[in-house]
Design a protein. Structure first.
Length: 180
């Protein structure tokens, strides 16, 4: 999808075409960062269906997908299961060490992984991932480490935008669209 890639430099497109895993934070990336509690104290989160749809296509393209989140939430576990993510690590204080264990487990190199995060606790990964990404509403000090700042704000299709980039850079997006 040529027009989708026009906004990116050729060097970034080439790098995106070699990414083997997309790992992301939840609150502020997959969601808008709001935490809502109902009257019983149960946590409620809103997820963008567009993110979920592209994750299925990433999986078909052989790209590993998963979550490293600082918080624990039953809603996130349910969504990760629905999306058939390769992994869902929650309640993680030291995200960087979990990231390093995951790349070792999947026999990847740092350069093989795109990570999307939005806040201070994501910096340890954003600084070492092969491609760092963040939503447009991330703080300036997070954007400083991102090669890709999405047009989307957290919860508004960040993963869709990044997934489109990864798939289009490989020519998979055109193939998927032609098969419809």
């Amino acid at each position: 999808m040529k027009e989708l890639l026009e906004k990116y430099p050729k060097s970034l497109i080439k790098k995106a075409s070699q990414i083997k895993a997309l790992i992301f934070d939840v609150d502020g990336v997959l969601t808008d960062g709001k935490i809502i509690y109902d009257d019983t104290g149960r946590e409620i989160k809103a997820f963008n269906v567009k993110d979920g749809l592209i994750i299925g296509h990433l999986r078909k393209a052989g790209i590993i997908t998963g979550v490293i989140s600082g918080r624990e939430s039953a809603a996130v576990s349910k969504r990760a299961s629905e999306l058939q993510l390769d992994f869902c690590h929650q309640g993680i204080v030291d995200k960087g060490s979990v990231f390093l264990k995951l790349i070792e487990f999947y026999k990847l190199k740092k350069k093989d992984v795109m990570f999307a995060g939005d806040d201070i606790n994501d910096l340890s990964i954003l600084k070492i991932a092969g491609m760092a990404a963040c939503p447009s509403d991330a703080p300036v000090y997070v954007k400083k480490y991102a090669e890709v700042v999405t047009a989307a704000k957290g919860g508004e299709g960040v993963i869709r935008e990044l997934g489109d980039l990864l798939l289009a850079s490989r020519g998979y997006l055109d193939k998927f669209l032609k098969s419809i």
